[in-house]
Structure formats: structure tokens, C-alpha cells
Ligand binder design. Structure first.
Ligand SMILES: *Cc1c(COP(=O)(O)O)cnc(C)c1O
Length: 494
């Protein structure tokens, strides 16, 4: 019986995992660009071809065929020309821990399914809480920042409802979440899922660079309360997904406290600053939040998924507690993490962070995050000096916003080039950059999260951007990248 992992298949398991690891290693060593550049039609054919209803091909063959099917066309975050989204190359010990997690298949819901696993997760929760500055905090690992934010808003809702007379039905539509236009869209999703009113999320003006304006927050809080509304939560972002800027947490905390609103700090991106040897001060005031989101799978170089929600006051987490006779009855005195989680069966992601902390130590992780923030500052300078590029604001973290500005291109052309340049690079597979909209105008975005990427690597990507832009704008016929005849005009090529 070698279908399932058990006593008799344990040796076969080791061989299979070794095979898989060697296959990945061979790709890692030879991949020279972040994506193969295969068309979607080609990939669709590949995905459609294998027979999912026939007899099985066996484990070794099924793993082996992933080489051509998946690895050949995967997006490689370790490649220096991958500079698109908030994806990181992963810490080596964490990848090995992932294999342990999958094989043992621990579920960190109840103590009787996880034992030492629960205690390991709880130590990491305590460790993170202390790094934030919560003396008696608590928390739980989650699937990602989206879930952490939803959970935080659930706790904020219950905390607020407990403070207001009147039944839930009439109070719910009066609750509001205050945040900036740059906060993550998971905050809006949370408002919807939690049954708040359609106008529940109120946009607080920023300082012109994407950071919440604390005096505008006070004004917004006063206006809401004056209108008989209830400010349920203020969500500060540290830092924002596009501009990479950090809301001023201390003055925001003053305002939230003065008006009895729950302060949540979304540090999904910026949590790496918790261990930074040089930039921890950028998170000053975070210890005044009632809840904090951290994404270890962003700035702690952890494989997806690895995230956590932390609360300052452990009592606050009980608002999300449910009990089932079969699982975690009220009288059960064991430390059941399921009491604190939105999930039931839950991955033991904590083990990855544990091995990373043990292997590298927190300071080293912080240095790795510092390296990408330093690199981003250099890239900002580089772009600011380049007449063919236009810098769009400065990040405090590792994003870079800019536009291509080929000679003679007016703003409308520059705007149109954003999507086209991104598409040309994507189709070539040679460099993956992102795009977004800032202050109503499109711009290209780099997210630097690979500490091994050098300034020269980024320069090479910028050269591809400039070549593509010049070619698309009809300035140069000689192309650094190959252009499709019909590209200008078509956003998606099937
Ligand atoms: C990435 C991000 C999120 C969402 O986190 P996921 O792990 O992708 O669910 C939330 N907030 C901010 C600021 C982010 O950058």
C-alpha cells in the first residue's frame, strides 16, 4: 500500500519528496526569467490535456510530469526580474518545515490534535505580541491578511456592539470603519461580510502621499458622531500595498481612543519592520492598537500561507469563540486554538516561522527586509534621475511607483503605456512588473521583496520597460522585447 503515507510507505515517501525537491532544485538553478512567456491558450491546453478520470499513473509519474506541466510555466519569485507583487523568495528552513507539516498533517484546532504544535503556535503568538509591544496580548495564525483583517473587524464589531444599547439589527447599519483610500480592499470585503451598511467604510483624507491625515480623522470622527453614527473601527495601514507608506499610528491612536473606536493596524506588509535593526521606529505606536494584522508570508520570507492576527487584550478574542460538543466543549480546559480562530481544521503554518527564527534569528530576517527597503530607495533615486522615467512618490518600504516617459510622450500616452508595457513584459516572460492607479492615474509598480536582487538587476528591468515604451510609442523600431503586431489596442491576448 503505497498510495497513502504510512508505516510501510515511509521510505517511498522520502524518495518521492527527494525526487520532487531535486526537480524543483534543477529548475531553480536553470530558470533565467520569471515566466516562460507561454500564451494563455497554450497553458489552457496543458491544463486540459491530462485525463483526470482514467487510471492513475502512479506517484512518481504524477510528480515527474509536474516538471513540464507546472514548473516549466510557474512564476518564479526568486528570479531577480520578478518585481511585481508582494511575493517573496522563501526561507530555506521554512520550505523544509513545509514538508514536515504536510507529512504529519497536524491540525492546530484542538490541543488533542496538535499538542506540542499548539504550544509552538502559542509561543510564536506571544513572541509576535511582545515584538509589537502587547504585554498581555494574544492571537492566532490565519490564512492571510484578508482573513486577519476580517477577523479583526469581527472583534471590533462585537466589542462596539457590546458598548451600545439597542438591538443588533438597528445598531449594525450605524457602524462605520474609518480608513484611507489606500487601505487594503479586504477591509471593504470585511464590512460586507459582517453585515454592515453599504456606506460603512468611510474614507479619511490623506496627506497627499497616501498617509492618513490624523486631524482629518478627528474631523471625520466628530462628523460621524454628530450625525448619530457609531465609529466602530479605525484601520491604519503600515504600510500600504501600493505606495508603501505608513499611517502615523500615534496620532491616529489618540483620535481613536478619544472617540471610543477600535484601532486596527494592518501591518500585513510592514510587519517585517518588527525585526528590522534600523527601522523598527516606523511602527511607533503600534502597541496602542487593539488588533494587528501581520503577514509572515510577505516580509518574513515565509511560504504561503503564514499570517496572524494579534490582539492587545486577550479577552477581546473571546468574542469569536464558538463551542461544539464534539470538539471544544465549554468545559474543556485545554488550550484549543479553534476557540480563537475563524477556521476549524487549520494548517500548522507556525512551524515554518519557528524553524526560520531558530535557523536565522529575528535580526537576520530584519536585515533581509531592510535590504529590499534600501534597494527601493536606490531605485527611487535611479528613476528620479532618468529622463525616460517618471517617479510617482516615494515609498517608506519596498514598492516603487513610476511611469515610462519616452521623449515627447504626453500624459495621456504615458497613461496608456502603463498597461501596454506591463503586458509586453509579461508576454515575453522576461520581467514581471505590476500596475496600479494612484491619484486617478495609472502607473507601473515594482514590489521589491527579494533581498538578493541588486540595483543592476532592477536597472535591467527598467531598461526593458524603457525599450518597450519607446517601441510602443513608435519612437524606436529596434526592440529589446518582441512585440506582437496586434498588441497596441488589445489588452488581453488569448
Ligand atoms: C497583502 C495585503 C493584505 C492581504 O493579505 P493576504 O495575505 O493577501 O490575504 C492586507 N493588507 C495589506 C496592507 C496587504 O498588503
Amino acid at each position: 500500500m503505497h498510495e497513502l503515507l504510512n508505516r510501510s510507505s515511509a521510505a517511498a515517501h522520502a524518495r518521492l519528496v527527494d525526487h520532487a525537491a531535486r526537480m524543483v532544485a534543477a529548475r531553480m538553478e536553470t530558470v533565467r526569467q520569471p515566466f516562460s512567456g507561454a500564451s494563455r491558450a497554450e497553458l489552457q491546453r496543458l491544463a486540459d490535456a491530462p485525463d483526470l478520470d482514467g487510471l492513475g499513473v502512479g506517484s512518481a509519474a504524477a510528480i515527474g510530469e509536474l516538471d513540464d506541466l507546472f514548473l516549466e510555466h510557474a512564476v518564479w519569485f526568486h528570479d531577480p526580474a520578478y518585481v511585481a507583487h508582494l511575493n517573496c523568495p522563501v526561507a530555506l528552513p521554512a520550505v523544509a518545515a513545509e514538508a514536515v507539516i504536510a507529512a504529519v498533517n497536524t491540525s492546530v484546532d484542538t490541543y488533542d490534535q496538535s499538542t506540542i504544535g499548539t504550544l509552538i503556535e502559542r509561543r510564536l503568538v506571544d513572541w509576535t505580541a511582545r515584538r509589537i509591544g502587547f504585554a498581555d496580548g494574544d492571537g492566532v495564525f490565519t490564512s492571510g491578511g484578508t482573513q486577519s483583517n476580517l477577523h479583526a473587524m469581527l472583534l471590533a464589531r462585537e466589542w462596539t456592539l457590546a458598548r451600545h444599547r439597542g438591538d443588533r439589527g438597528t445598531t449594525l447599519p450605524r457602524l462605520h470603519i474609518l480608513t484611507t483610500a489606500s487601505s487594503h480592499f479586504s477591509v471593504d470585503k470585511a464590512a460586507l461580510l459582517l453585515g454592515l451598511g453599504e456606506d460603512a467604510v468611510v474614507t479619511v483624507p490623506d496627506d497627499g502621499e497616501g498617509r492618513m491625515d490624523a486631524s482629518a480623522l478627528t474631523a471625520t470622527l466628530l462628523a460621524l458622531r454628530g450625525a448619530g453614527r457609531i465609529p466602530m473601527a479605525v484601520v491604519a495601514t503600515a504600510g500600504t500595498t501600493d505606495r508603501g507608506v505608513i499611517d502615523p499610528i500615534d496620532p491616529i491612536a489618540d483620535a481613536a481612543e478619544a472617540h471610543g473606536a477600535w484601532l486596527h493596524v494592518d501591518a500585513a506588509y510592514g510587519c517585517g519592520l518588527l525585526v528590522s535593526p534600523t527601522r523598527r521606529h516606523l511602527l511607533g505606536g503600534i502597541e496602542r492598537a487593539r488588533s494587528v494584522t501581520v503577514d509572515f508570508h510577505k516580509s518574513f520570507f515565509q511560504p504561503v500561507s503564514s499570517s496572524a492576527l494579534l490582539v492587545r487584550d486577550r479577552v477581546d478574542l473571546t468574542a469569536g469563540a464558538w463551542h461544539a460538543d464534539y470538539l471544544n466543549p465549554v468545559e474543556n480546559a485545554e488550550p484549543n486554538q479553534v476557540d480563537k480562530s475563524l477556521q476549524t481544521t487549520r494548517r500548522f503554518d507556525a512551524l515554518k516561522l519557528w524553524t526560520t527564527l531558530r535557523a536565522l534569528g529575528p535580526r537576520r530576517i530584519g536585515e533581509l527586509f531592510d535590504a529590499v527597503v534600501d534597494l527601493a530607495a536606490e531605485v527611487h533615486d535611479e528613476i528620479a534621475r532618468d529622463p525616460e522615467l517618471e517617479l510617482v512618490g516615494r515609498s517608506q518600504l519596498s514598492t516603487v511607483l513610476f511611469r515610462a516617459a519616452p521623449a515627447g510622450a504626453d500624459p495621456a500616452t504615458q497613461d496608456a503605456l502603463v498597461a501596454q508595457v506591463r503586458r509586453v513584459l509579461f508576454d515575453s516572460g522576461r520581467a514581471l512588473v505590476a500596475k496600479t492607479v494612484v491619484d486617478g492615474r495609472p502607473c507601473l509598480k515594482l514590489t521589491l521583496l527579494n533581498p538578493e536582487t541588486t540595483l543592476d538587476d532592477v536597472r535591467a528591468v527598467l531598461d526593458l520597460v524603457k525599450d518597450a515604451a519607446a517601441a510602443l510609442a513608435g519612437i524606436t523600431p529596434a526592440l529589446g522585447v518582441e512585440l506582437d503586431g496586434d498588441l497596441l489596442g488589445t489588452e488581453v491576448r488569448a
